[in-house]
Design a protein. Structure first.
Length: 668
């Protein structure tokens, strides 16, 4: 049997020797000659020291100070302490016991008394610790899940005529606290909240901590909590450690059916809290009949989802995306619709969140991906021009280790170019675990898939994230478009986002476009593509194919959404050579293309660097340059200077297309 460890603290060497001889047969011993050294040994060995024999009168931190320091440390406070002092010193004994000492022995020492007292005290503390382990949460000292539910049921059985409330509380974005302040600060916060809850509840109820930051309170509704204090704690007004800006959510279930299992009461309180997740102006929510109905609906959906998939009740609908400058179809987004034989069309908002929660979304996504691939094959065999189709990749898919193999297997099986299957990943997924997302998405891009960041503007991501994430297309969220496009300040923000995205080489798609005013606004901001009810609602495959057939396929080939490589070429039948257009504004380029494409082979570049590089490689083929002066990366003046300093291009005709003053014109 392993020996337990005892720390002997005494400034008199003779006392340490005597105690060592008495106890060395039964214990491993550590020695300290003063309080400061004792605290060092305690801190270093807090998990292994079973008891402390402590002298009171010592230099460099006496026994009283050691007791106070141990009591203030959560780990050291659990270690039992026996005080040794002169016989008959009642004042010393009383003070030591008041500071947390567990027993007292007098000098001179009596061998058997010391051995028995020490052994009994250690056994008692270890037995109590085992009991507490079965009942209490080790970190906070509140009840653990099992014992809390047992105590709640006992309260109900003792007083069955009472009305009871179940409270659930958790910390908004607790992970951020740990990431920002460290795990120890997070533990301190949990202990602080636990202490506050215990104080607020008092003798009127019981408290528990289940997992991480999940707290529960159960009490009789006739014994009111100190409501103002509870609201103060929940809203973050109570003083928190490290001046943390922390808020709690609280869900309350008024237990009208005491026959329900306590675990179900806990679940209902938690469900109530989830209804206000992310709503920073609300802290408390109650479980009610609407939530009960939602649970019943969710249960019915969960029971039917696998059968619905087998029976082909899930269908792919397509919502076209349009090139803004030409108004032609440039792609589409694949959306899932559930046609239920009894309930008709079930809105995606009712089943998608549930599938994301229960994990069925990965199965459904794979089903939709394959359906889209089959439709792309049919589109190819029909002779219609193919446009890229975006499919949704959920957060759960990202963490599936077989994702890359699944997607690459599909495009290889159906012989589909990767560029025709765009992958949409929501902004919130990027924000949750950027390192993992970057790793997965980078592999998919290397294989050739085009990556779209969906719902940008719906969350709280950093703009800097755009430059770090491996994406090709930025999709502006519906709510972002509808909110920002209607106000002056919002238009400035929207314009900035679009300009930033284009400067980063990203194509931009605006979702949720519903009226002409939004179209005009987005055109002035040089947005690339639009999607929304103004152009078309989501539609079945047959309708989408008919829509494609109604357009001129040849004209559409140059307007499909894809990776922005900085240049595209349009050829005329009777070309007078290449016209190189160097302009960062797409609408300007589009106007020039429309005007001159019948005479020239057109090459477009978005900035001066790309224009210079194209000239360097194709100097002998370019007949004329249309040059904007104000551009990011390299402006038109710099390009013009390099054109004139190069023997191969110095005689090349250059027309400046910028709006500028007389000084700019003279300089050019």
């Amino acid at each position: 049997m392993n020996k337990r460890t005892v720390l002997i603290v005494d400034d008199e060497e003779i006392n340490r020797i005597i105690l060592g001889k008495i106890l060395s047969r039964d214990y491993n011993l550590l020695y300290a000659s003063n309080g400061r050294l004792a605290m060092k040994l305690l801190t270093e060995n807090s998990n292994t020291i079973s008891a402390v024999l402590l002298d009171i009168v010592m230099p460099e931190m006496d026994g009283y100070e050691v007791l106070e320091a141990m009591r203030s440390d959560r780990n050291l406070a659990k270690i039992p302490v026996i005080i040794s002092s002169q016989r008959g010193d009642d004042e010393t004994e009383i003070k030591a016991l008041s500071l947390g000492a567990h027993d007292f022995i007098a000098k001179p020492y009596k061998n058997d008394i010391i051995r028995h007292r020490l052994a009994n005290m250690i056994e008692f503390r270890e037995t109590a610790a085992l009991v507490n382990t079965a009942r209490l949460d080790e970190l906070t000292g509140l009840y653990n899940k099992t014992y809390f539910q047992k105590k709640a049921r006992e309260l109900i059985l003792e007083h069955p005529d009472e009305k009871y409330n179940m409270f659930y509380l958790d910390i908004e974005r607790f992970k951020v606290v740990n990431d920002t302040f460290g795990a120890q600060a997070g533990d301190n916060l949990l202990c602080h909240i636990a202490a506050n809850l215990s104080e607020i509840v008092g003798e009127n109820g019981i408290c528990a901590r289940f997992n991480a930051d999940d707290f529960y309170i159960f009490n009789s509704s006739t014994e009111a909590l100190r409501e103002e204090e509870l609201i103060s704690l929940i809203s973050g007004n109570r003083l928190l450690p490290h001046n943390m800006n922390v808020k709690l959510r609280c869900g309350i279930y008024e237990a009208d059916d005491i026959a329900l299992p306590v675990s179900v009461m806990c679940d209902r309180a938690q469900l109530a809290a989830e209804t206000i997740k992310g709503k920073y102006d609300r802290y408390i929510a109650y479980y009610d009949d609407s939530l009960r109905r939602r649970i019943l609906v969710e249960q019915e959906i969960s029971e039917q989802m696998e059968g619905a998939l087998r029976d082909g009740q899930f269908h792919v609908y397509y919502q076209p995306k349009y090139e803004l400058c030409s108004g032609r179809i440039a792609g589409a987004e694949a959306l899932v619709r559930w046609k239920h034989p009894e309930h008709g069309m079930i809105p995606p908002g009712k089943f998608i969140p549930l599938f994301e929660k229960n994990g069925f979304i990965t199965t459904l996504d794979m089903y939709i991906w394959e359906k889209v691939c089959l439709d792309l094959v049919e589109l190819r065999e029909s002779g219609l021009s193919q446009v890229p189709v975006s499919v949704n990749v959920s957060r759960a898919d990202i963490y599936d280790s077989s994702l890359t193999d699944t997607l690459t297997g599909l495009v290889e099986k159906y012989k589909i170019p990767c560029g025709l299957l765009h992958l949409e990943i929501t902004e919130s997924a990027y924000a949750e675990d950027p390192e993992h997302i970057i790793s997965v998405v980078s592999r998919l891009r290397e294989y050739g898939f085009t990556i779209e960041m969906d719902d940008f503007g719906s969350g709280y991501s950093s703009l800097n994230m755009l430059s770090e994430m491996p994406i090709d297309v930025l999709k502006l969220d519906t709510r972002f478009i509808q909110r920002e496009a209607t106000k002056a300040a919002g238009k400035g923000i929207l314009s900035f986002i679009i300009s930033l995205a284009k400067w980063l080489g990203l194509s931009v798609v605006a979702e949720g476009v519903e009226n002409l005013e939004q179209i005009i606004t987005l055109k002035t901001m040089d947005c690339d593509y639009v999607q929304g009810f103004y152009y078309a609602h989501p539609m079945p495959k047959a309708d989408f194919f008919s829509l494609l057939a109604s357009e001129n396929n040849t004209e559409r080939k140059n307007s499909v959404i894809g990776r922005n490589h900085g240049s595209q070429t349009k050829q005329s039948d009777s070309s007078e050579g290449i016209m190189l257009i160097v302009d960062d504004t797409e609408v300007n380029r589009a106007l020039l293309v429309q005007t001159f494409s019948d005479r020239y082979e057109i090459v477009e570049t978005e900035n001066g660097v790309e224009g210079r590089e194209y000239l360097h490689e194709n100097a002998g083929r370019v007949a004329i340059v249309m040059l904007d002066l104000l551009m990011p990366v390299m402006d038109g003046f710099q390009v013009l200077k390099q054109i004139r300093s190069n023997e191969l291009t110095r005689d090349l005709p250059v027309i400046v297309t910028s709006q500028g003053d007389g000084a700019s014109e003279a300089r050019a």
